[in-house]
Each structure stands twice: as structure tokens, then as C-alpha cells.
Ligand binder design. Structure first.
Ligand code: ADP
Ligand code: TRP
Length: 322
């Protein structure tokens, strides 16, 4: 049976990029193997230094994931810090990770390019991610396209360690990326990301959501003029949430001219609101009993830890710590 693993950082409420890039595929994978998904709170510490926010975001991610269809009977949804073996393995992997490999990773390079000073956690973050993956002998890692590089780093580290201590010590994982899903765009046309402040949350209040959709950046093509549906963020987001016939209609209206962006935005809002309606309902039910959500995550942590414990026994022996 395939072992599937993925993680999401509790750096804010999940957004459409998280949902289509990672949560939805992860939920589909829960039917096809033994799935482990975790809330990456150690990772969030590289940027979240507010304890209250970290606690709240961690809960929000668990709630949203469950509301979107993660089934705790099928997938193990746990909190990373409930399994401290992640950090132990990260140290071990660090000792086999060439610095230039990390200097080449995009989060670190982005920081330098923006003249920000990265902390060591951010620099070493791909090593912790490799530990997350290798600890569970994962075969498949469903992630958005931006994480492909980190899975490559994981494969490189695991390969090098296997050559040192014996093939088979670590399973070499594979990223699973939905090919037809281009990166989900944000309100400003860049990649949707919490760090760019351009996100559309899955469960925003109706009024706030409407306002956000109306604020999507467009060009200044006049109402009467034909428009290019391919290059439009509105069209790209609409294709994710609307039915086929509605998408065709919008594209035809783009090309024909005579319809303004404001009208297209209203259609996007309606579809988005409908798309998440059942999940919103489920979320409200779950939110009425936060203790139950906490209990699901805690029990999952114990299951995950049992697996991590077995891997670490094997690894400690292989490297000579035992
Ligand atoms: P953010 O960039 O907002 O901080 P995360 O890094 O927490 O998001 O991403 C969690 C998961 O969601 C990852 O698998 C990532 O690839 C996916 N993801 C994030 N943003 C997008 C996006 N705009 N399009 C597709 N997938 C995304
Ligand atoms: N780095 C991922 C992100 O920013 C989150 C993550 C941490 C992850 N550890 C992981 C994803 C292990 C897959 C597997 O989105």
C-alpha cells in the first residue's frame, strides 16, 4: 500500500491556492493509500513569532481541512510538533546536506532578492521538510508546483544517505503535482500566497469575500471592447469553481466585448460562494465543537508518532547512535 504524506504551514487561514494545489488532491489521495497529513507548526515558526496567532492558525487549518472533506477515519491529520522526531531526523539529515543545495532553494533566494535577512530556520527549512517526508517512508507527496524543488532536495539527501549507510534506509519519495493546474493566481495576478497578501480565503464572510473579488486587478480595456479570457485572473479563478457551460459562456462573453470586468467578477463571486457552500456548512458544524477537532488531531499525533518512533530506531542504529 502506498504511503502518502503532505503538510501545510499554519501561517494563516487556508486560501484557494492551498485548496486546489494541495488540500483537494490530498483529500482525493486519502482513498488510495495510507495518508498522513500534518499541520507544519515547526515550519511556521520561521515566520510566525506570535504564539496566539500560531495556536489559532493551527486550529483553523485543522478545521478547514476537515470541513473540506478530510476523513479522519482514512487519513491521519496531525500536528507536526506532536511528533518531535521530525526535528531529530532533521539534524541527522543536516549533516548530509551540502550548503550550496540550500543556498539554491527558492524561499532563501527570494529573501535575499528582497534584501531581507533570512533566519537559519528559513535557510534550513528544506531539510526539515525532507525529515517530514522520510520519517514516514512516504512514497507520494501531493503538493503545489512551488514545492517540487523541496521534494527534489529530499530525494537527493535520501539518495546520498542511502549510499552511505545502505540502500533501503530511506524510501525515495515522489512529488505528485496536478499537471493541468497552473499555480492559482491571487488578487494581484501573482501567485496566490499568504506572503503576498493577495489571497482569497476558503471561508471568508460573504461581504468581505465580495469586496475582495471586486478588487481583483484587471487591465483597463473598456467595457465594449473584446477581452482575452486566457490572460485574465478572473477567468483563471472562475475555471476552478464554475461548471463547464458557465466557463464557456464567460469566455464567449470575454471575446464578444460589451461586458465589463465588474460583471465577470460578480459571476466569479456567485460560483465561488456556491462551490464552498457544503464545506461552509460542515465547517460551522465542526466549529461548534472545537474540543472534538482537537481530539481528532491529538489522536492522530499518537498514531503518527508510533510510525516515527519505528523509523528513528532504524535510523539511529544505521548511523551508529545506537
Ligand atoms: P503560502 O504560499 O500561502 O504560504 P503554503 O506555502 O502554506 O502557502 O502552501 C501550502 C500548500 O499549498 C503547498 O503544497 C503549496 O504548493 C500549495 N499552494 C500554495 N499556494 C499555491 C498556489 N497559489 N497555487 C497552487 N498551490 C499552492
Ligand atoms: N513546505 C510546504 C509548504 O510551504 C509545507 C510542508 C512542510 C510540506 N513539510 C512538508 C509539504 C512535507 C509536503 C511534505 O507548503
Amino acid at each position: 500500500m502506498k504511503r502518502i504524506l503532505s503538510g501545510i504551514k499554519p501561517t494563516g487561514a487556508p486560501h484557494l491556492g492551498n485548496y486546489f494545489g494541495m488540500m483537494k488532491p490530498a483529500i482525493e489521495w486519502q482513498e488510495k493509500g495510507e495518508a498522513f497529513y500534518f499541520i507544519a507548526d515547526y515550519h511556521a515558526l520561521t515566520s510566525v513569532h506570535d504564539p496566539k496567532a500560531l495556536r489559532e492558525n493551527t486550529r483553523a487549518v485543522a478545521l478547514d481541512f476537515l470541513a473540506c472533506g478530510l476523513d479522519p477515519a482514512k487519513a491521519v491529520l496531525f500536528r507536526q510538533s506532536d511528533v518531535p522526531e521530525h526535528t531529530e531526523l532533521a539534524w541527522l539529515l543536516s549533516c548530509h546536506t551540502p550548503m550550496p543545495m540550500l543556498e539554491n532553494c527558492h524561499a532563501f533566494k527570494d529573501h535575499l532578492a528582497k534584501n531581507k535577512t533570512p533566519n537559519h530556520g528559513l535557510f534550513a527549512y528544506p531539510v526539515l521538510m525532507a525529515a517530514d517526508i522520510l520519517l514516514y517512508d512516504s512514497n507520494v507527496v501531493p503538493v503545489g508546483r512551488d514545492q517540487k524543488q523541496h521534494v527534489e532536495v529530499t530525494r537527493d539527501i535520501a539518495g546520498s544517505i542511502n549510499r552511505t549507510y545502505g540502500e533501503g534506509l530511506f524510501v525515495i519519495p515522489e512529488a505528485s503535482i496536478i499537471p493541468q493546474l497552473a499555480t492559482v493566481v491571487g488578487l494581484d495576478g501573482q501567485k496566490m500566497s499568504k506572503s503576498y497578501n493577495n489571497t482569497i480565503g476558503l471561508f471568508e464572510e460573504e461581504k468581505a469575500l465580495r469586496k475582495k473579488i471586486m478588487s481583483i486587478v484587471t487591465d483597463s480595456t473598456p467595457v465594449e471592447a473584446p477581452k482575452d479570457p486566457a490572460g485574465s485572473s478572473i477567468g483563471a479563478l472562475y475555471r476552478l469553481v464554475a461548471g463547464e457551460a458557465d466557463v464557456e459562456k464567460m469566455e464567449a462573453d470575454f471575446r464578444a466585448g460589451g461586458t465589463g470586468y465588474g460583471d465577470f467578477k460578480k459571476r466569479l463571486f456567485e460560483s465561488l460562494w456556491e462551490f464552498f457552500r457544503p464545506m461552509r456548512q460542515r465547517r460551522a458544524e465542526l466549529a461548534s465543537d472545537p474540543g472534538a477537532v482537537d481530539a481528532i488531531v491529538k489522536a492522530a499525533g499518537e498514531r503518527a508518532r508510533a510510525v516515527a518512533h519505528r523509523t528513528m530506531e532504524r535510523v539511529r542504529t544505521a548511523v551508529g547512535l545506537r
